[in-house]
Design a protein around this ligand. Structure first.
Ligand SMILES: *Cc1c(COP(=O)(O)O)cnc(C)c1O
Length: 382
């Protein structure tokens, strides 16, 4: 077998850029201004309008946005932040960056893979400063209940919206319910530019802090000095280099134009999967048909009933059917770096999902034939 034969025929994810996307980046390269500047500002205005929020602050990653969001919530040494364990490690890691402790709370169950507000409530202690909810796979979590709980207990709600740039609850965009929302533009996300992120907020002070701290706590940026708007700067606090750059902002602006259309396509693919997989014994398909219409449908998670066979099923899907899959997610509280140091309540639903979940291919380049092959492979294997 050579390398090409081993390449899965149906990849989990497949990013295709248009010629317009590539031209937009080339135009920036030709302009000679590469770091944060007018295109980054234009992308921020575009995305703020899309979400219906007052401020959007572009940064280098969602991890950076989470770090700044936690800092803006006042999270520091001695504090606790309640997070799910069925997430990417960054949700918890950014808490540790602040010198605070992540506390893991359970998800609702196999049909809803996001934080359970009741489990969050049980995890609150006098040290709790904030709660971070992840809108898993692009499906809105119970953000209104969590917002009410946080308001009631004097806690900040942060939203990890890495999966959900186009999801809503009652017509309101997720990422706009908490003190701040952290988006990702990493290369396999819904709106991808390679590496990038954004902090969304309606709070002027949070936005000002994020703008300052993403660029070394400086009172003015390189662009404003370049244009003569300012001549010098002060550093008003400990900052970081969390800037986005212009080629990526140009790519995001170009790709953003297709976000509506691509979300509609993701929802259509998800509906087709749901219809085809509903009767497959041995599989649980999380969420409901109604949920699909308000979701970004970032990925397609399924749970196998026979947890013991999950890894063998994945291997067979790949080896016999050429279908690439992934796991969303190995549970963070079970990772070496977290297991012994941080408190986790009993997390039976998280641990079950982490052992039962398989993420199947879902992307723009996928057609009905490819989808039918994935379904047939699952019917044959599960
Ligand atoms: C991808 C992801 C992140 C991190 O995003 P980056 O932009 O790569 O830093 C954080 N949280 C979740 C849930 C993610 O999926």
């Amino acid at each position: 077998m050579d390398a090409t034969e081993r390449t899965p025929e149906i990849p989990l994810f497949d990013l295709r850029l248009s010629e317009d996307d590539i031209e937009a980046v080339l135009a920036v390269l030709r302009s000679g201004w590469l770091t944060m500047g007018p295109l980054t500002a234009e992308f921020e205005r575009t995305f703020a309008e899309h979400l219906g929020v007052k401020h959007a602050v572009a940064v280098s990653s969602c991890t950076a946005a989470l770090h700044l969001a936690y800092l803006a919530a006042g999270v520091g040494p001695g504090d606790e932040v309640i997070v799910p364990a069925l997430t990417f490690a960054a949700t918890a890691a950014a808490v540790v960056y602040c010198g605070a402790d992540p506390v893991f709370a359970d998800i609702v169950g196999p049909h809803e893979l996001a934080l359970d507000p009741a489990a969050v409530e049980r995890a609150i202690t006098p040290r709790t400063k904030a709660v971070c909810v992840v809108h898993f796979a692009g499906y809105p979590a119970q953000v209104e209940a969590l917002r009410a709980l946080c308001d009631d207990r004097g806690l900040a709600l942060i939203e990890d919206v890495a999966h959900a740039p186009h999801a809503h609850v009652g017509g309101r965009a997720v990422g706009s319910f908490g003190l701040a929302g952290a988006f990702s533009f990493f290369s396999n996300k819904v709106l991808a530019c390679g590496e990038g992120g954004l902090l969304a907020t309606d709070d002027d002070a949070v936005a000002a802090l994020a703008r300052s701290r993403r660029s070394h706590g400086m009172t003015s940026g390189t662009w404003s000095r370049h244009t003569g708007e300012t001549t010098t700067y002060d550093a008003e606090g400990l900052g970081f280099n969390y800037r986005l750059d212009e080629p990526r902002a140009a790519l995001l602006l170009s790709r953003f134009k297709r976000l509506d259309e691509e979300t509609a396509r993701r929802r259509a693919l998800t509906r087709a999967y749901r219809a085809a997989l509903a009767d497959v014994d041995g599989l649980v398909v999380p969420y409901s048909d109604e949920d699909v219409e308000r979701s970004s449908c970032y990925v397609m998670p399924v749970l196998v009933r026979d947890v013991e066979r999950r890894d063998a099923i994945r291997l067979e899907l790949r080896e016999r059917h050429g279908v690439q899959t992934s796991i969303f997610y190995p549970a963070v509280h079970e990772f070496t770096a977290y297991r012994e140091r941080y408190r986790a309540e009993s997390l039976p639903h998280t641990e079950h999902a982490a052992r039962a979940e398989i993420t199947i291919p879902l992307h723009m380049a996928m057609d009905a034939a490819a989808q039918e092959r994935v379904v047939a492979a699952l019917e044959d294997t599960v």
